[in-house]
Structure formats: C-alpha cells, structure tokens
Design a binder for this molecule. Structure first.
Ligand code: ADP
Length: 431
C-alpha cells in the first residue's frame, strides 16, 4: 500500500483542515514515530519564522508566504495602499476608505477631519480599530473627534455609512483568495465565500451598538437576536455566497461588474507587496478579503485577514469552509513540483530564488533574473478556486520576469472599462 502524505498542524488546529486531510488519507505528524523532516505540509495560523523557509525541503509545503503581513496588518495595509495610490493614482487605488495611523498621523487626520466638517452635506463618521487586533476587538465608531480615545496604535478610517442593507441589516463579504505564487503572481478566488450579517438593524443614530455596525461573527453570535428570524436574512448571521448571488439575481442586479471590481481589489492589493515577497515556491497562502458594498454598488476593501477563521459555527461555514480547505490543498498539490513523500535527500533549499520547473524535474538555483520558469499557464480552475491573475496573455507576460505593475494595472482598467460599457445596472441598490 502506498505510504500516506504527512501533515503537521500547529497548536492542533484548525480542525477542518485535519478533517479534510484525514478524509483524503493523509497522516498526522507524530514526532515520536517520525524524523524531524518527515512531513509534507505544515499548516499554522500564526507566522512562520524566517528560518522555516530556508530549511524547507523539496517535499515540504507551508501555508504562508513570507512577508504577507504587509497587507494583513491594518497599519501596514494602510501604508502600502497609500504608497500605491501615490504612485499609480487615486483613481485606481480608490477602493479603501481613507485611513490614518495614529498616533503618528494625528495631525494629518485632524486636517482631514476639519476639512470634511466644512463640506456641507450629511455628517461624516469614522471608525477606530487597533492595528494588531482582529474579530472586532477594540473597535468603535465616532462622529465627533472628542470621542476618539485610544491607548495603543490604531487606524482611524472613514466609516462607509451607506452600505447596502438586506431587510435593514448591514453585511460584508468574506472572499477567500489563494495566492499560489507571488513570483510569478498567481492568484485564485474561491467561487464560494461568506456573507456576514450584523444582527441588529442598521442605525446611524446608535453608533455604540456593535451588533448593528460590525459584521464579525465573533461578535454577532453573542447577540440576543442571533437566533431570531431577521426578515430576508433569516436566523443566524451568515449566508453562503451562492445564496447572495441568487439574491442579487432576484433583485435584477447585474453582478458582472461588481465581481470584476472585487477581483480588481484583490489584484491591486496583492500588487502592493508582490515585488517584495521573497520567492519560495513551496508555499500557498489562503487569505480572507473583507469587502463592504455601498448603495452605489461600489465594493470597498475593509481589511485582509491572515489565516481567515476556519471554525465551523453554522451550516454556511460547513458548506463553504470545507470546500475552501479542500481546494486550497489541491492548489498545494499543483505547485510546480508535485507534492510527494520524501524518498531521497536532495539538497536543502539554499536560496530564495530556487525554482522547480513543471513536473518533478530539475532545480535551478540561479539568480531571479535568469531563473527558469515553468512556462505553463497556471490552470484556470482548481476545485472551486478560479484563477483571477494572470487573466490574459498580456498579464501573463507582465508577470513572468520582473512584475510589470503598470502594465497589469492598464490591463485591469481596460477589462473593467469594457465591462462597465456593457453593464446597465447604474441604478442604486434599493431593497
Ligand atoms: P477586525 O480585524 O477586528 O475584524 P475589520 O477591519 O474587519 O476588523 O472591521 C470589523 C468590522 O467592522 C467589519 O467586518 C465591518 O463590519 C466593520 N467595518 C470596518 N471598517 C469599516 C468601514 N471603514 N466602514 C464601515 N464598516 C466597517
């Protein structure tokens, strides 16, 4: 009988990854019976140490690329998107609400706050979030600067106060993105995903009610209305993306442009760090992009989650997260060197530029400029992960050697312009 592939889970989780791997015949690593290097996949929710990448053997995979913290920490994301906006234009990088990192940017925030207050029209709101916390912890919304109180590093971001609502409830989208490689940039988006609802009706007159303004499940599952029927939302606080697509379809909202804009957000955000991520071909990373849609059907990026939660709280989680994990594992197996059991001891990966050509053939440790590329176009679909980058021959070419960010952006704009011309859903969202 063929030997099984072996996985390691840091801190014994996430359980759904274990379940999927065991179902597929993998074995869990047990250090009492195996040597240190006898594993094929190491999955952890936290960062790997830099040295873990350099110690990687050809049969081993990690579930994170190095340096993705550049987009997964709120302050780093703010800084990187600001830099991209300066370089490539506010017209292109217009998908993240203006944000300030406090205390450093306090004076700039104050100037913007005062400027906004001078503009006639509805009031402007702000949301304050600790830079290194998740799950809605420490977040509050304010209108008046006198209510801004913080004792750690935070970002203050313009609050998107006109989100589309379903039966009066706010929601955001959790989009699952798998980055198979940063170099050449190869990105997949899962067709499924989650829609996460607030559990009390949206009211700008009650900024302190987190059940009305935040869509984190970790908060809303403790709401007194979690189990209540909430109009079209139903019980609980989650839908699958299929249900949401069906819902949009019934409302006669043309979704094509909306999804293209979401794809653009994912690509443009990854472009902010892609040139600086060291190349390790044995890594595939799952990221969670949180997207809020406003009444004009404009999607906004709220944040990018490192190790998006894989806990199974409800039926929607079970339907979506298991498929996401499965497809993510399939992407690990389709990395340029096939995943297989250790059979011999080739040399350790000594250099960040080490690249394996397609199949299991040769290794080239030359410099990044001259490295051999597996010339094959990455598969358009792996499980329910659909390749969104590269998306045509121009972007394939632009990502092969040194990433040509400008050309990629031009191609994105061309594609989006084409879709906007054919899109007739200019109406506002009315539900
Ligand atoms: P966390 O990492 O703590 O989940 P997020 O940035 O995802 O932090 O914010 C938590 C929730 O707050 C989001 O899911 C969303 O519902 C709401 N939110 C965050 N930023 C904004 C914003 N700029 N405008 C409107 N709602 C926001």
């Amino acid at each position: 009988m063929a030997a099984s592939l072996v996985f390691r889970l840091h801190d014994r989780g996430p359980e759904v990854v274990r379940e999927v791997l065991l179902e597929r015949g993998w074995e869990e690593y047990d250090r009492r019976h195996r040597q240190d290097e006898d594993w094929n996949l190491y999955w952890r929710a936290s960062l790997f140490h830099k040295s873990d990448y350099y110690k990687l053997m050809p049969w081993q995979r990690l579930n994170h690329h190095p340096k993705t913290v550049g987009i997964t920490r709120k302050d780093f994301l703010t800084r990187n998107l600001r830099r991209m906006r300066t370089t490539f234009g506010a017209g292109v990088y217009d998908f993240s609400p203006i944000a300030f990192i406090l205390p450093n940017d306090y004076t700039r925030f104050l100037a913007e706050y005062n400027r906004q207050r001078m503009i006639p029209g509805p009031p402007i709101y702000w949301i304050c979030k600790p830079v290194d916390l998740s799950r809605g912890r420490g977040i509050f919304i304010f209108e008046d600067i006198k209510d801004l109180v913080y004792d750690s590093s935070v970002i203050v971001q313009r609050y998107i106060s006109n989100p589309i609502l379903i039966s009066g409830y706010k929601f955001d989208l959790r989009i699952y993105v798998c980055v198979k490689s940063f170099n050449p940039l190869t990105v997949y988006i899962h067709q499924e995903g989650l829609v996460r609802f607030a559990t009390e009706k949206y009211q700008l007159s009650h900024l302190g009610n987190l059940y009305s303004h935040l869509t984190n499940t970790s908060i809303n599952k403790f709401s007194p209305f979690y189990k209540t029927e909430k109009g079209k939302v139903g019980q609980g606080c989650k839908w699958t993306m299929s249900k949401f697509r069906h819902f949009l379809h019934c409302q006669e909202v043309s979704e094509l442009l909306l999804w293209q804009r979401i794809n653009n957000i994912v690509t443009l955000t990854l472009l902010a760090i892609a040139p600086s991520v060291p190349h390790f071909p044995n890594c595939v990373e799952l990221l969670g992009f949180d997207i809020l849609i406003d009444v004009k059907l404009k999607p906004w990026l709220l944040e990018v989650n490192f190790s998006p939660a894989l806990t199974l709280d409800c039926q929607a989680d079970i339907t979506v997260k298991k498929h996401v994990c499965l497809a993510c594992l399939r992407l690990h197996s389709t990395t340029t060197m096939k995943l297989k059991l250790r059979s011999h001891r080739p040399q350790r990966q000594t250099n960040v530029c080490l690249v394996y050509s397609v199949g299991q053939r040769s290794v080239n440790t030359a410099s990044s400029q001259t490295r051999e590329r597996g010339a094959a176009v990455p598969p358009p679909r792996v499980g329910d992960f659909i390749r969104t980058f590269p998306f045509n021959s121009a972007t394939l070419k632009a990502s092969q050697e040194i990433l040509d960010v400008r050309t990629v952006i031009q191609e994105l704009l061309k594609l989006t312009a084409k879709l906007s011309h054919s899109d007739h859903s200019k109406q506002q969202y009315k539900i």
